[in-house]
Design a protein around this ligand. Structure first.
Ligand code: FPP
Length: 253
């Protein structure tokens, strides 16, 4: 991993290897600035670009962005269409620069539900960055955790029915390896912008031991400084994974 930026006081080993973000507050940002909701989403793309670049420069291995949930399909038709257009256009526009920065685009979610043109644009971005081995940018589109877990359960049930798996041998790995995130380490830090303190059907299995960070900052205002604050708070937390503080301290010696 190529580290281009060091934040004073935050050595690379204190940074999370995987940051997941619920990007909330685009609509409120637009209202605050007397604009249409879709303008809030457009401004949100600026934050996506800045935070992706910053995470990549810091040498963070995985960034997972909740860009469109399964539940978001229930939004007004015009907003869904505008978001789809924005996502498709953004990927086409940004993919060359992502490639230059060695960022690998990965898609999580029920991608077949997206409009075909958007799927084609996304696939172009995935193909263009396929050989990149820097930051892994996981874009969650038409994603929800319960959908993902249901899909994994169906796959396991089919394997059991076909005699490929003995139910007694099912482990946590059996499940993890059938999730959309198979092969990606679990998030260390989950950030939600926009002031709400909930998980909204995002990575429920994977965030079992993630540190949670909530900020009132609306997503279009979330910049490098705000991200640094989240990273600083993460670095100062003690992750115990169910053990005692003394046990963790002796493991760190
Ligand atoms: C939540 O804010 C945000 C979304 C539903 C969409 C987020 C999408 C983007 C920022 C574009 C991503 C593009 C790419 C290419 C990854 P909200 O609309 O729920 O805000 P509100 O709670 O203030 O109404």
């Amino acid at each position: 991993m190529n580290i281009k930026i060091h934040i004073p006081g935050l050595p690379p080993e204190s940074l999370p290897k995987h940051v997941a973000i619920i990007m909330d507050g685009n609509g409120r940002w637009a209202r605050k600035h007397l604009m249409q909701r879709t303008m809030g989403h457009s401004r949100g793309v600026n934050s996506v670009n800045r935070i992706t670049r910053f995470a990549s420069d810091l040498g963070i291995a995985n960034l997972t962005l909740y860009a469109f949930s399964t539940e978001n399909w229930n939004r007004p038709r015009e907003e869904v269409d505008a978001l789809m257009c924005l996502i498709g256009e953004t990927i086409l526009r940004e993919a060359p620069e992502l490639k230059e920065n060695n960022v690998h685009i990965n898609l999580l979610g029920d991608i077949d539900r997206l409009p075909e043109q958007v799927q084609r644009n996304l696939q172009e971005g995935v193909d263009l960055t396929a050989s990149c081995d820097g930051l892994n940018l996981n874009l969650c589109l038409s994603y929800s955790s319960r959908w993902e877990i249901t899909d994994a359960v169906k796959a396991i049930a089919a394997d059991v029915a076909a005699g490929k798996i003995d139910p007694a041998q099912i482990t946590e790995d059996t499940i993890s390896s059938r999730l959309q995130t198979a092969g990606i380490p679990d998030p260390d830090l989950l950030i939600r912008t926009g002031g709400e303190q909930r998980i909204s059907n995002f990575l429920l299995w994977q965030i079992a031991y993630a540190e949670l960070y909530f900020t009132d900052i609306l997503w279009p205002d979330f910049d490098e400084e705000a991200f640094t604050q989240a990273l600083t708070q993460y670095a100062n937390r003690e992750r115990r994974f169910g053990m005692t503080s003394d046990q963790i301290q002796s493991l760190l010696k």
